[in-house]
Design a protein around this ligand. Structure first.
Ligand code: S3P
Length: 425
């Protein structure tokens, strides 16, 4: 797909539902008694993988345009799958479902696409094994395919070496089936959608500082869930609004949970003109975001803010490429184990566009402000890389072509159409 520089972006958009929250709504609905009605569900490939897995586990899920009905069967109502559970490209599906499957009384095998088969699963295998789970990497390489034989589980206190909501959630979900309390302490706070949503379904879960603790065997009750727009998807429009010279964009109904809002904090520090309007709480805090073109400057990003913007670092790197001065991203080694090695892939592609960028062990250093030119971009089948470079292209001279651009279907199937609407106006 090809892109050109644009001089004006105007209009309003509503980004699709939050990916992390969509996954959890289906999973927790499946483990509840009664029906869960989900509005604003993200119909991206990752969340559809979660639905497909739970159907294989015996859960009826009805899909219509904007509403999903999950007919839950309670904590012990899942049935043994007849075939391998296909988690597609989705790390969230793979890791969270592993926590649930560890506590069942049947065996399951999980596998996904080529990217999933390279992503580290030792990080969930270690704590789940400590709980008594039987979980095996079938190729003995700490990656999927995983064979999980449901077993009696014990509560543990797990000091997680990594700030990862997927690890935290896998352990807490296994904790639903344990013989006592389970807690996870993280080195920095990661997204807390599991804690917020499980509590509203009726779980006995609490958070104190960096530690989340759950008690086993609650009765979870189906409920109505309204999913806000995904701030990780809004991030591309925040960046586009800043970088294109004559821009004013209103992004409606975006989730601004403080464990996810690092992009807003960093963009404002870089000089972005962002106004939050109509703030409210619908189980998660949401707001409309008004973005206007702004000259940006470089910043240093590291420490505890990293988990709150981990998925936004590729688009932040694009903003940094156009910002005056140096941007240093550090403490972000996790970028290497996402859908692609995002340190290497951002460095390769931004260099191709003429950016002065250096990869480091745990991040990137960008000397921004040079004019960038169009290039052939290899997104390495990573949705967030493709979307980041579609935005970079709007501010670069000449033509940019993105290879395998349709990988955006993982989290934002209508992304290019939504972007085009803003510059066609
Ligand atoms: C997610 C957690 C993050 C994030 C991913 C979604 C989640 O991963 O990068 O896109 O829904 O829990 P980690 O837990 O591996 O940091």
């Amino acid at each position: 797909m090809k892109f050109q520089k644009v001089s004006r972006l105007r209009g309003e958009i509503t980004v699709p539902g939050d990916k992390s929250i969509s996954h959890r709504a289906v999973m927790f609905g499946a483990l509840s008694k009664g029906t869960t009605k989900i509005t604003g569900f993200l119909r991206g490939a990752d969340c559809l993988s979660t639905i497909a897995c739970f159907r294989q586990l015996g859960i009826t899920v009805e899909e219509s345009d904007d509403t999903i009905l999950v007919h839950g069967k309670g904590l012990h109502g899942l049935r043994e799958p007849a075939a391998v559970l296909d988690t597609g490209n989705s790390g969230t599906t793979t890791r969270l479902i592993s926590g649930i499957l560890a506590g069942q009384n049947f065996k399951s095998v999980l596998n996904g696409d080529a990217s999933i088969q390279k992503r580290p699963m030792r990080r969930i295998m270690t704590p789940l094994s400590q709980m008594g789970a039987s979980i095996r990497s079938m190729k003995d390489n700490d990656c999927a395919p995983l064979e999980i034989t449901g077993s009696p589980l014990h509560g543990i206190s797990y000091p997680s070496p990594v700030a990862s909501a997927q690890v935290k959630s896998a352990v807490l979900l296994a904790g639903l089936y344990a013989d006592g309390e389970t807690s996870v302490k993280e080195p920095a706070v990661s997204r807390n959608h599991t804690e917020l949503m499980l509590k509203s379904f009726g779980a006995d879960i609490r958070t104190e500082g960096l530690t989340a603790t759950i008690r086993p065997e609650p009765v979870l009750c189906g409920m109505d869930i309204l999913i806000p727009g995904d701030i990780s998807s809004a991030a591309y429009f925040i960046a586009a609004g800043c970088l294109v010279p004559d821009a004013e964009i209103l992004i409606r109904n975006v989730g601004i949970n403080p464990t996810r809002d690092g992009i807003l904090r960093v963009a404002k520090e870089m000089g972005a003109d962002i106004t939050l309007l109509h703030e409210k709480n619908t189980g998660e805090p949401v707001a409309d975001l008004l973005i206007k073109s702004s000259p940006l400057h470089g910043v240093t990003i590291g420490g505890d803010i990293i988990p709150t913007l981990i998925d936004e670092l590729p688009i932040i790197a694009v903003m940094a490429a156009f910002a005056a001065g140096t941007t240093i991203i550090r403490d972000a080694a996790e970028l290497k184990v996402k859908e692609s090695d995002r340190i290497a892939v951002m460095t390769e592609n931004l260099s191709a566009m003429g950016c002065d960028i250096t990869a480091t062990d745990d991040g990137i250093i960008i000397n921004g402000g040079r004019p960038l030119h169009g290039a052939l971009i290899d997104a390495h089948l990573d949705h967030r890389i493709a979307m980041s470079f579609a935005v970079a292209a709007l501010a670069a001279e000449g033509e940019t072509e993105i290879k395998d651009a349709d990988c955006v279907k993982i989290s934002y199937p209508g992304f290019y159409q939504d972007l085009e609407k803003l510059y066609d106006m």
